[in-house]
Design a binder for this molecule. Structure first.
Ligand SMILES: [Zn+2]
Length: 349
């Protein structure tokens, strides 16, 4: 298995805007990227992009990777042109202070910043306190009249951050959750040649607000087995104890044993570990009692689908400085690719 990943695609993917329910730019990019490699491609009612590649058996493998990122939606434009917003998906307001954003309007993008009271006018009691979303606003530098003309409730915003290489083989960007998983799945579609399974590569919507796209996608595909590609927290940082790391950056592909939504079928779990060991793919087991991903919705679809979440360790997850390791991304790719190409064998309990 000597397959090179084109990380320029990951950079492009992270810089596209696409909060939950507003994934169009990502979907359009993937359609263009993958149409030459697909035996069939369609978008379902919910917005999931379903890319099909025919295999050599009569078994179906459902891959999921969610396109959406966490972000902001405007709910009010005030008299002086400041935008008030709600968060879409789980964002810690501490990570929003003093950030640049790109507001998506019907006429295109507007740059803005998230304003904060400067230190000079905060009181002693305010200082060092966490700030709530209600105390934050987006400043787009326009008068009230002009702002109301150009922005309305329902417009949305993403954090503004270009994708940069960092340190030794790391990538730092916004939306690596889950454009890193999307990238892996796109590269699998591009690399597979006559795989064992009929592969349904589904780029799902609205994962960050409750696995909504995956629920309809899984219902629409008769899957024998499913692998969900997503990022997961790597809490290997100062202030966290080793037993709370969940995963370690640079430690290889995360294979989920348990998270808040799923306990992986034990036969499938063992098969995936065996594929890693046979192919020299570095792996770590993910036990994340507070996390969840598309696997949570997929494994309960219809009469049940054996499903495992394959995870890319990510530091600072759900912020605009998420960090992944290119080596981990490659490990998840090699594991998922091998599973699709060679098959997983009998996974009945
Ligand atoms: Zn995710």
């Amino acid at each position: 298995m000597d397959l090179k990943l084109d990380f320029s695609i990951l950079k492009t993917l992270t810089e596209l805007p696409g909060i939950a329910g507003r994934e169009n730019a990502v979907r359009q990019y993937l359609k263009n990227l993958l149409s030459a490699y697909a035996d069939d491609m369609r978008t379902d009612v919910t917005g999931n992009l379903i890319v099909y590649k025919k295999g050599s058996s009569d078994k179906n493998l459902l891959f999921c990777a969610h396109m959406d990122e966490v972000g902001l939606m405007v709910h009010h434009v005030d008299e002086r042109g400041f935008l008030r917003f709600v968060t879409v998906g789980g964002i810690d307001p501490r990570t929003l202070l003093a950030q640049r954003v790109r507001v998506q309007t019907r006429e295109g993008e507007l740059p803005g910043v998230i304003g904060t009271k400067p230190a000079h006018i905060t009181t002693e009691a305010d200082r060092g306190k966490a700030v709530g979303v209600k105390e934050l606003f987006i400043d787009i530098g326009l008068s009230g009249e002009e702002a109301k003309k150009r922005v309305e409730a329902g417009d949305w915003a993403v954090l503004d951050r270009s994708c940069e290489e960092l340190g030794d083989g790391l990538v730092c960007a916004k939306a690596l959750d889950n454009r890193a998983g999307v990238f892996v799945l796109a590269e699998i579609v591009r690399a597979l040649k006559n795989p064992f399974y009929n592969v349904y590569a589904v780029f799902t919507v609205q994962e960050e607000v409750g696995l909504r796209g995956a629920a309809t996608a899984a219902f629409g595909v008769d899957a024998d087995v499913s692998l969900c590609l997503d990022t997961t927290g790597a809490a290997d940082i100062p202030g966290c104890a080793p037993q709370d790391y969940i995963t370690v950056l640079g430690g290889g592909a995360g294979i989920t044993a348990l998270d808040a939504r799923t306990i992986t079928n034990p036969v499938l779990f063992e098969k995936l570990k065996q594929i890693c060991d046979k192919n020299g793919i570095r792996r770590q087991v993910r036990v994340a009692p507070r996390g969840g991903n598309d696997a949570g919705a997929v494994h309960l679809s219809k009469t049940g689908i054996p499903t495992c979440g394959l995870s890319i360790p990510t530091r600072n997850i759900h912020s605009n400085v998420e960090i992944v390791s290119k080596a981990d991304v490659a490990d998840v790719f090699r594991l998922a690719y091998a599973a699709a190409q060679e098959g997983l064998g009998d996974i009945t309990l």
